[in-house]
Design a protein around this ligand. Sequence first.
Ligand code: SF4
Ligand code: SF4
Length: 392
Amino acid sequence: MGIPLLQAARIGAYVVKKHVMGVKRYPLVLMLEPLFRCNLACAGCGKIDYPDKILNQRISYEDAMQAIDECGAPVVVIAGGEPLLHKELPQIVEGAIAKKKYVTVCTNALLLEKKMSQYKPSEYFNWSVHLDGDKEMHDRSVCRSGVYDKCIAAMKAAKAKGFRVNINTTLFNDADPARAAAFFDEMKAMGVDGITVSPGYAYERAPDQKHFLNRAKTKELFRGILSRGKGGKAWPIFQSLMFMDFLAGNQTYQCTPWGNPTRTVFGWQKPCYLLGEGYVKTFKELMENTDWDKYGTGNYEKCADCMVHCGFEATAVTDTIKHPLKALMVTLRGVRTTGKMAPEISLANQRPAEYMFSRHVEQKLTEITEKEKQVADRRAAENRPVSLEAAE
Ligand code: SF4
Ligand code: SF4
């Protein structure tokens, strides 16, 4: 188990409190994407395909603090784009920690060694380095050679400075279970504090559409991996073991998209981290005005193959709280990797995919242009010659 006991206990207490209060929908992890700009261009990435004017947008420190307060989730995951390109990131991290949030910064680690002195180790903070497997697997995944070596060097340097260092691994349909398991063994031996692993989501804008996993292949792959790691017990998994149980085909889960609400430069993203089907200005609007029943496995074509942690981890945590004995057995025995799989949710009545990316991009570009014009007009007015003002 890669989650520190105190952290698990605090998050557990938060979930129990929400249940006791009868709150039907509540956030567990705020996904904060303070920018989309990245210094890599991975083939499976669905986050960076925007015009420059949008890639140049940043969520400010003030807006980040407001998002954290509005949302109230106990965990804040800062992703992107590459968060270390954001100049105010050190203040954002410090501000979130001051609010007693558990903060994870997801990074491709290219800038980690250079920038880590701007951060302090804390029980509330960890780096999560994007690492999709061993040297050959990772460099192929990020479409650039030498990145794996940089990641490893940065992780070692961060560990030496006393930081908690996790990895986050996204797997695609070319992953080999034995090799993935050997990679997790290696990461454990290296002393990483936690491993987050998930199948990749089939982003419609990702350049490589050939390598996304479907549900059947995901389950087979995770059974193959987990069978080589004592059902997941061999590694410091930084996720609920019930989520791993789901990935191995032993649970029929529907996603909990409001569990990981997402704030980007567009606003609060409907309905989840993976799908941008609309944006609203406030967290309250997101929770109250999203038609949640339109999404999830069996409800929407774009959800058909999704088994990603930011959709299903919250479901697994809720299941753990509701069925502690079942969860305890999985924790003690490890994830079952043989035998019958749990039934699948039928896809027969799912609604067809809607494509709205271009509309959102156009709206945002219009908004940016209007703001730029307002700023230019204000500056022009400020610089107006005194003689002219006097004449008016
Ligand atoms: S490092 Fe992350 S954000 Fe950057 S291109 Fe790769 S997947 Fe996308
Ligand atoms: S299944 Fe849920 S988490 Fe996955 S894309 Fe659909 S709404 Fe989002």
